[in-house]
Structure formats: C-alpha cells, structure tokens
Design a protein around this ligand. Structure first.
Ligand code: MG
Length: 203
C-alpha cells in the first residue's frame, strides 16, 4: 500500500523527497467536491447547470471549493485528493478544480486498500494520523473514521453550504494537539455526531 502511495506521489506535483508537511487535508472528490453526470447514462438530466464538461462527464462544482482550498493552504495544510475514482476520470476534473495549483497530491482508486469496496486507509499514506483529516461523504469507507470530517452528499444544489460550514474546523483546530479531537469537535458542532450523555452525571 505504501508503495502505491509512493507511486502516486511520483505522478503528482511534489517530489517524494520533500520534508513531510505538518498537517494534511485529504479531500474526497465525488459528491464531496463535485457532482458528475455522465451523458448518455440513461438518467434524466439534472436541473442544475454544469460548470464544465470533460469527455462525457458533466461536472458541477460544489459551492465553496475555492475558499476551502485557499483557507486550508493559508493554515499550512498539505492538500491531497483521495478519490475512489480512476485516474483517467478524476485527473482532468481535479486540474479544472484547482487552477492555482494548491492541491499537491492526487490519490486514485489504485491507492484504496480494497479494490471492490474502495476503502481508504490513511495510515498507508505515510502521514501521521494525529496530523491529518479527511473530508468525505462516505465516511464508512475510510478505515480511520475518527479522522473523517463528515459532510453530506452533494447533489448539485447551488444552495449547498456544507463546504462553507466546515470552515469552522480551521478556527478551532489549533486548540488541539491531536487533530482527531478537532474532528470530533467539528462533527458535533455540525450535527453529525450526537453527544453521549456522560455516565458520571448520573452518579
Ligand atoms: Mg464521495
């Protein structure tokens, strides 16, 4: 698995031999950053307008992407796309999403630990688990669920504000030594986790 990530690094923009960044933000692609409609798929055309078309793929950007990439960069995060999509599909889309070149690495389906269920294993990326987070609408497909900032599936709705909402993570993350604690805080704040009632308060 680590070998696969190393191979992916060689395909990306930054050399493997650079010093590892202090913090890493992994971003899922489909239904997290974009909604893609395949022309000729037989499905009814969605009502929203596309932002761009690549081959047979009609792509809608989720509102707030540009701001998220810039804020994460300003806070010193290495940004890595980690998608279960194949490189021939995802790579041209990522390039269109990132004209400023803020995304440094791209990981595709062949970097998932299970080619059938496309499980994402952050430990296999060589990043320290207390210093990385992932934003993903399919949080059960990330092996380290405690690292997942949960987000609702993007359906193409232009009123969607999920990416803007999760910017609150960057306001509180410096309060935590372990980013997994900041992730738990934000997931509570955004309503994705319910606080457990403490047993001690009944004693
Ligand atoms: Mg997804």
């Amino acid at each position: 698995m680590y070998f696969m990530f190393v191979r992916a690094l060689h395909q990306s923009r930054v050399s493997l031999f650079l010093i590892l960044p202090e913090k890493t933000l992994f971003l899922d692609l489909d239904e997290t950053l974009v909604k893609t409609h395949v022309s000729g798929s037989g499905k009814p055309s969605p009502s929203y307008q596309y932002d761009f078309v690549i081959k047979e793929y009609h792509v809608k950007k989720r509102p707030g992407i540009d701001k998220l990439l810039q804020v994460a960069t300003d806070y010193g995060y290495e940004i890595v796309i980690f998608t279960a999509g194949r490189s021939d599909y995802a790579s041209p889309i990522i390039k269109r999403l990132d004209p400023k070149g803020l995304i440094t690495h791209w990981l595709y389906r062949d970097s998932c630990s299970d080619s059938v269920h496309c499980i994402k294993d952050l430990a296999a990326t060589g990043r320290s688990l207390d210093k990385c987070v992932i934003v993903d609408d399919k949080w059960s497909r990330v092996l380290q669920t405690e690292n997942v900032i949960r987000i609702r599936e993007f359906t193409g709705d232009m009123k969607d504000s999920e990416l803007t909402r999760l910017l609150c993570f960057f306001k509180i993350e410096r309060e935590y030594k372990d980013l997994r604690d900041a992730v738990r805080h934000v997931n509570y704040q955004l309503g994705y986790l319910k606080k457990r009632m403490s047993i001690w308060c009944w004693l």
